[in-house]
Design a protein around this ligand. Structure first.
Ligand SMILES: Cc1cc2nc3c(=O)[nH]c(=O)nc-3n(C[C@H](O)[C@H](O)[C@H](O)COP(=O)(O)OP(=O)(O)OC[C@H]3O[C@@H](n4cnc5c(N)ncnc54)[C@H](O)[C@@H]3O)c2cc1C
Length: 415
């Protein structure tokens, strides 16, 4: 690392990159964090805010294959699809479907379950360091099904949760209404994830961690990383303003945009995006007291500081298309089924979940160079997994082994 400006430089100031930066700074490393945009302003700002340590079940599922006609063609499907994107991205689609077999889903769930079991140990020290406890709410999380068929279809998922030690209570429709009387849609069964937490405002959380990183002496540069070149001693980075920086290690943490960082090798990974939208109903945050995931509709309603956020669904349509009117209309329709007349939303939003076809993140040395580390691909649970990812990256930057097996997330698994 001799002759480097920094021990470690990180591209991307979403929740994952900021968590890597703060962990490395807390370990006493000399750290630079770079992003052309404001900290946390990308996908990390508009998510559903759940610390979803129970979410070891990937979107991949045998039922996706059997239900494909519904998912592809129904207006009531929580999955949207752009045919042109699908056709230009066939290898991702095929690999995703290959990872929908019963055996693969079991393996993926168990790997995610293991990583999630360490999530709090990665996140809590950051929250404590940044004094962000006031942004966290501990009031459990509710998952509900409207139909018996939907609930029966989730049996395998619920078994995977149980196998991975997720604690939940099974609730009847009356139990659910007792907990959340404002819910108006048909209810069949629900699960209550005991001890689950959520964030009042995910953007504020990333901003708070970023402010702590800077207060501790970390270097923040509001510039994109355009190019990287690794050698045995470190990595040379080019920033968008034309300057050059030298670092011992370089971390790619640009979420769904990671492939654009030239020279890092990220372009060769099978990363795509699962787009997700949200609607905000400013004056309705009081309707529920905890996140409610409507499982058969594919989204959460969450009480947050800015209001009631209705966030979720999946759209496979790439990074460049604007917000989908169809997806937003679906969320608005379902929000009315859920709560009755709550008027028109005050805000809509589109975010880009970074997703590999096997639903596992890439965390660790790149195939390109041991000095380039990947920290992207956290799909639906990047907020939850950011802290533990940051701790693993800090371990690797210091040359120590993480305290559990992280080989399932090895970026070299793609060959
Ligand atoms: C609707 C929705 C609901 C969700 N709900 C939840 C939830 O409840 N719980 C949960 O755990 N997760 C949830 N997620 C997932 C979570 O939001 C993501 O996994 C997470 O935000 C990804 O964080 P990130 O830091 O990798 O990416 P981002 O937040 O996208 O950050 C990437 C950053 O990289 C920057 N960047 C891009 N190119 C460059 C470059 N060349 N150089 C430097 N920087 C660059 C961007 O400007 C951006 O700031 C949800 C996602 C969506 C869409």
């Amino acid at each position: 690392m001799q002759g480097s400006d920094f021990d470690i430089a990180i591209a991307g100031a979403g929740i994952v990159g900021v968590s890597c930066a703060l962990w490395a700074q807390m370990r006493g490393l000399k750290v630079m964090l770079a992003d052309g945009n404001a900290p946390g302003s990308g996908t990390s700002s508009g998510n559903a805010g759940t610390i979803a340590t129970y979410a070891c079940v990937p979107v991949n599922s045998p039922s996706i294959v059997s239900g494909l006609p519904f998912y592809l063609f129904s207006k009531e499907s929580p999955l949207g699809f752009d045919w042109r994107h699908a056709l230009t991205n066939m290898p991702w689609m095929i690999s995703f479907l290959r990872n929908c077999s019963k055996d693969r889903v079991r393996t993926i769930s168990d790997h995610l379950g293991d990583l999630l079991s360490h999530a709090d140990a990665g996140l809590d020290p950051l929250i404590e360091a940044a004094g962000a406890e006031d942004l966290m709410v501990s009031n459990d999380c509710l998952y509900v099904w409207s139909t018996q068929a939907g609930y029966e279809g989730a049996k395998v998922s619920n078994e995977a949760r149980r196998r991975n030690g997720v604690a939940f209570d099974l609730l009847s429709a009356d139990d659910i209404r007792g907990l959340e009387p404002a819910l108006q849609m048909p209810l069949h069964k629900g699960l209550l994830y005991k001890g689950a937490r959520h964030v009042r405002d995910p953007l504020a959380l990333t901003e708070r961690l970023h402010a702590k990183f800077v207060a501790m002496g970390g270097t923040w540069v509001q510039q994109d990383v355009t190019n990287t070149e690794a050698d045995p001693a470190g990595v040379t980075l080019n920033l968008a303003n034309g300057s050059t920086v030298r670092a011992g290690k370089f971390v790619v943490a640009a979420g769904a945009h990671s492939k654009a960082i030239k020279g890092s090798g990220a372009a060769s990974t099978p990363l795509d995006t699962e787009r997700g939208h949200h609607l905000l109903y400013k004056d309705h945050g009081h309707l529920i007291s905890r996140p409610v995931g409507w499982a058969d509709a594919g989204f959460y309603a969450v009480p947050m500081d800015p209001g009631l956020r209705v966030a979720g669904t999946v759209e496979l349509a790439g990074l460049t298309k604007p917000k989908s009117k169809g997806r937003l209309a679906y969320l608005a329709r379902k929000a009315h089924e859920m709560f009755g007349d709550i008027g028109t939303p005050d805000e809509d939003w589109l975010g880009f979940r970074p997703t590999f076809p096997d639903a596992l993140p890439a965390i660790g040395p790149s195939p390109k160079s041991a000095n380039i580390l990947y920290a992207f691909g956290h799909q639906h649970i990047g907020l939850t997994l950011a802290g533990i990812t940051g701790r693993i990256i800090a371990d690797m930057a210091e040359g120590r082994a993480p305290n559990f097996d992280v080989s399932p997330f090895d970026p070299k698994r793609f060959g």
